[in-house]
Write a protein that binds this ligand. Sequence first.
Ligand code: ADP
Length: 209
Amino acid sequence: MEMESEILSESESNSKKINIIICGAPGSGKGTQSAFIIEKYNLQHVSTGELLRQEIAKGNELGKKADALISNGQLVPDDMIIHLLEKKIDKLGPNHPKNGIILDGFPRTVNQAEALENLCSTKNAKIDILIDLEVDDEELIKRILNRGKTSGRNDDNLETIRKRLDVYNKQTKPVLEFYKNLGKYVGIDGMGTMEEIFERISKAIDEIK
Ligand code: ADP
């Protein structure tokens, strides 16, 4: 009986939260828009690219393996990233003070999307919306080359960008279909000023709230 009410209260508190996936090709502005969304909706940012860069900075085996793949424009293996994500979510715990989570850079494969759906169901949580930032390739390349001047990221160069776009089209695009089938997909025009794009995103989030 007691167990039951505990579970209920957990799902009750989770139901007030909003969990968002922000998706888009490299350079589509996920990081920038995430920062705006976090601020306005008081969400917890979880970026798998950031988690990986933290591992790389530690210089451990996992970091070395990730570094070689990332600088070559490839994805890291699903099991590696799923493990890192689960660790981060567990560290945050169910009672973290924010209104929900924004996932930036995850899931990037259908396998990861399935793992995320499983993780959500074990935590009594759900993804409310996937926001897909749509930007054309020419603009993406321009933005990343520009970012490369100051980001210090060794994957922000022309050769790696082309590979990352290719990987995105082949491995991540099917994730969009996966969420379309769940009725959670919202495409957002990612061309324009940062403010214009954020306005479109806010509208989409307010509609599901
Ligand atoms: P961007 O969106 O500009 O590509 P990220 O910081 O999200 O930048 O990711 C940088 C790199 O980290 C990716 O190109 C990929 O190699 C790796 N990475 C990040 N998230 C994942 C993921 N979910 N699965 C596999 N690899 C990932």
